[in-house]
Design a protein around this ligand. Structure first.
Ligand SMILES: Nc1ncnc2c1ncn2[C@@H]1O[C@H](COP(=O)(O)OP(=O)(O)OP(=O)(O)O)[C@@H](O)[C@H]1O
Length: 371
């Protein structure tokens, strides 16, 4: 029996089938000539799970999604859907239409000669007519488009067309949804609403989903797990909170927003920074470390502006960002170091320029890496 035959689950009991990931990418590589777009990526998606492929432009997200869809053959490695091998170089390549996957892209073209209802019903030919219509109408309703069922695509806005494209991809109840930046062409307000609606529909239907995005906020909003990619490889996989609170390296810290960075040597088990001595557990004495401080880690207290605190850190600028305030601070260290620091504090807190302040840190949002 070959390694591939052993993994087929056709004869397994239902509960064992359900325990299998719906989609598995196993040591997938993808090369274009000399260029390695994807290098040795392994990833799985369980039933009902939304997994986001996150990363900067050109890191290989779309290529990996295309490999999962069957639009691109891997150079090495294998792809399993529900335990069935669907791609392995020189062995098998099942085309997209035989994979039972739903696809939606940034610009999802609808059939221009069909109404919205006909577009969404298109993949449901196997169902009786009335069921076809009720399933399509249910999805259009869930995505706020039932009122436009009889309209033609060219009469719809970009956002409305994208909702229809999502409904069309979801209608045949595919075992996996593969979404490539489906919200990125929409303006911010519309995007938030469509994202929210899409997440609820995916969760209601229990559809395993792989979603490509370059937007960390979108990934955190949508994902049960995030796979953060860089240069063709997955750097870290985990729940959004895991990546945010326990980042594997400086790239992961930076990807989730701008941070304050300083460096220094470890002396007597700590690093001296403009915000004080920070304990550096586990770092060798004398080693150089990079300290990354999230703006929300910085706690700011105003000091009396009576001339007694001239050596203290002071506010350079204060801006209200909505639910939080961003303070630009000139931090003064004990040994004369200075650092321009950003502090993000909840609510409206807008101290004037020059206001002396004392600073402390929530160390759960401070990360140290050896240089
Ligand atoms: N068909 C192709 N032929 C040659 N090179 C390709 C092909 N498709 C992708 N690439 C290259 O592979 C790399 C990864 O591309 P990919 O589109 O997967 O990145 P991405 O992370 O999705 O980027 P973006 O967010 O900008 O869409 C890029 O350097 C790209 O130029």
């Amino acid at each position: 029996m070959s390694a591939y035959q052993r993994t087929s689950v056709g004869s397994l009991p239902l509960d064992e089938k359900l325990a299998r990931p719906v989609l598995t990418l196993d040591h997938v590589h993808c090369r274009f000539g000399q260029h390695k777009a994807v290098s040795d990526v392994s990833l799985h998606i369980n039933a009902g799970e939304v997994v986001c492929l996150l990363g900067p432009s050109g890191c290989g997200k779309t290529t990996l999604l295309r490999v999962a869809a069957g639009l691109q053959a891997p150079s090495e490695g294998s792809v399993f859907l529900g335990g069935d091998l669907v791609a392995a170089p020189g062995h098998v390549h099942r085309p997209p239409e035989q994979r039972n996957v739903g696809l939606a892209f940034q610009e999802s073209a609808l059939f221009p000669h069909l109404t919205i209802l006909e577009n969404v019903s298109f993949g449901l030919q196997a169902l009786p007519k009335h069921e076809r219509k009720s399933r399509a109408m249910h999805l259009l309703d869930r995505l706020g488009m039932a009122g436009l069922a009889k309209a033609y695509p060219h009469t719809l806005s970009g956002g409305q067309q994208q909702r229809v494209a999502l409904a069309r991809a979801l209608a045949p109840a595919p075992r996996v949804m593969l979404l490539d930046e489906p919200f990125s062409s929409l303006d911010a307000r519309l995007r938030d609403q469509i994202r929210d609606d899409t997440l609820h529909v995916l969760k209601e239907m229990g559809t395993a989903t792989l979603l490509v995005t370059h937007d960390p906020e979108e990934a955190m909003f949508m994902a049960d797990r995030i796979a953060l990619m860089r240069e063709g490889q997955v750097v870290q996989t985990g729940a959004p909170a895991e990546l945010y609170c326990n980042p594997a390296d400086p790239f992961v810290v930076n990807f989730f927003g701008r941070v304050n960075v300083c460096t220094g040597p470890v002396r007597n088990g700590s690093v001296l920074t403009p915000v004080g001595h920070l304990q550096a557990h586990g770092f060798p004495e004398g080693s150089e470390v990079t300290v990354m401080i999230r703006p929300e880690a910085v706690r700011v207290s105003a000091l009396p502006d009576d001339g007694q605190n001239q050596e203290a850190s002071h506010v350079v600028m204060s801006k209200l960002l909505g639910s939080s305030s961003l303070l630009h601070i000139c931090a003064h260290g004990a040994e004369g170091q200075e650092m321009h620091l950003h502090a993000r504090v909840p609510g409206v807190f807008l101290p004037p320029e020059g206001q002396p302040v004392s600073l402390s840190l929530d160390m759960s949002k401070v990360f140290m890496f050896r240089q």
